[in-house]
Design a protein around this ligand. Structure first.
Ligand code: EPU
Length: 420
């Protein structure tokens, strides 16, 4: 069992480069199935979710060749069945994208209900609503989502909640549908736009991604292509918060500053000095951070996937900060682990009240999910003494060798084999 061991209290300083975006990669990899051809995906993050998804793709007949330059070649010419196995998809939320893309190309898909981080009920009713409206018959039997359609026909789909997954899944199913599919109240996240851009370079007709109305006009064929994944907004935000909590001076490279606006604005309000260039952001923390209130929202609001890291940062700031989680019903499970490090936080439903200047100290803790793990890493960087973080496999789902990147900034951090 691997752990991350951090001796906190060191100021982070220097430059770090962000990998390709996890949530774009896990949509673009299955999207490649839409083309009966070869696609090359560049700037691929080497993370567990990508690894798992690549295995699920291979299992249905896609030939996936991972190169050592963060490039993945996907040959989808020999897909030989439309049923993903439970073992290949059970840990990955994004396995639900296989549903839309296989249904769209072959008229048939069977995918076990998706896994992923557990922060309450994670329904897929909006995915099913969209596919059904396009003419598919969708049933869930023995834990497997089964979808069939002789032909899919474009229609208007209004999403009752803003859902990244449902937006992308409906977009994937609509590529070959007859006529125009209009997705209203669509998610606007950068990874939705990235997936649309990828599909368009293959010959799809997707318009409006990045706004709340997306129009997909069905085409008869896609061809292969080469595409570079956007930088990971959440990984970048995590290193920005790490710089702030250690009073450091860190330049985060390979980012799109526009994607970071909500984080830049909150860190600025907290008294950090921030400067940006074409593809970098520099964060300078200090000993005088002040608390802020944060409410998570779909993009361009403050991302729920940075909420746990922000909670860790508020533990260090002066005053009281209130965090309101509006996206997930149960995304405060990690707070009990933060309390082991000395955090003073009260949770009431979807609100967490964080009392600052907590005087964090090292302890044995366990990651309860991916971003929870990131929050524990961030807190441990500022805690006095040694913190041992277990369940590192969660962190590896979304961060490429986090210990190497933080180590290069001066953190005392190691990955070790040790039982917690
Ligand atoms: N929802 C429904 N019905 C649906 C789908 C979603 O009610 O059919 C609700 C959810 O319960 C939630 C809200 O809509 O309250 C948003 O869910 P969404 O579908 O947008 O989430 P997702 O697609 O399952 C992606 C990311 C998550 C990220 C959320 C929100 C991927 C693979 N995952 O999940 O990322 O938190 O969007 O931005 O893209 C992470 O990276 O740590 C992570 C959890």
């Amino acid at each position: 069992m691997e752990c991350i061991v951090i001796n906190g209290g060191r100021r982070l300083e220097g430059e770090v480069s962000v990998s390709g975006a996890k949530n774009a990669a896990v949509a673009i990899i299955p999207a490649a199935i839409a083309a009966n051809d070869i696609c090359v995906i560049e700037n691929l993050p080497y993370i567990e979710d990508v690894d798992g998804l690549t295995k699920a793709m291979s299992q249905i007949g896609a030939i996936c060749t991972l190169r050592d330059d963060h490039t993945l070649e996907i040959d989808s010419r020999n897909i030989n069945h439309c049923c993903a196995t439970y073992d290949s998809v059970r840990k990955i939320r994004a396995s639900y994208y296989l549903l839309g893309v296989l249904l769209g190309r072959f008229g048939r898909a069977e995918v076990p209900l998706p896994g992923g981080c557990n922060f309450g009920v994670r329904p897929i009713d909006q995915h099913i609503k969209g596919l059904t409206a396009m003419g598919a018959k969708v049933n869930i039997e023995h834990g497997i989502i089964k979808a069939r359609a002789d032909r899919l026909v474009g229609t208007n789909v209004y999403l009752d909640v803003v859902s990244v997954g449902a937006t992308i899944n409906i977009m994937l199913a609509a590529i070959y549908a007859e006529g125009v599919t209009v997705i209203e109240n669509a998610a606007k996240e950068p990874h939705v736009v990235d997936t649309a851009n990828f599909l368009n370079i293959l010959g799809a007709k997707v318009k409006g991604a990045g706004t709340d109305v997306i129009r997909v006009t069905g085409v008869s064929a896609l061809h292969g292509g080469t595409y570079t994944i956007i930088p990971d907004q959440i990984e970048a935000g995590t290193y920005m918060v790490a710089a702030a909590i250690t009073g450091g001076d860190v330049t985060v490279h390979n980012i799109i500053p526009k994607h970071m606006e909500s984080v830049i604005s909150k860190l600025g309000e907290m008294n950090c000095r921030i400067s940006t260039g074409a593809d970098f952001v520099r964060v300078r923390g200090n000993d005088n951070l002040t608390s802020v209130n944060v409410k998570t929202m779909p993009y361009p609001g403050f991302p729920t996937d940075l909420q746990p890291q922000m909670t860790a940062l508020l533990c260090k700031a002066k005053g009281t900060g209130i965090l309101t989680e509006t996206v997930w019903e149960n995304r405060f499970q990690y707070i009990n682990e933060l309390k082991r490090l000395g955090a003073n936080i009260k949770v009431d439903g979807r609100t967490a009240v964080v009392s600052g200047e907590a005087g964090l100290t090292g302890a044995l803790v366990n990651a309860t999910d991916l971003r929870a793990g990131a929050a524990l890493v961030v807190a441990a960087l500022a805690a006095k003494g040694e913190t041992v973080i277990g369940n590192v496999r969660y962190i590896d789902r979304g961060y490429e060798r986090i210990e190497n990147k933080l180590g290069s900034l001066g953190a005392d951090i190691q990955r070790v084999d040790r039982l917690v």
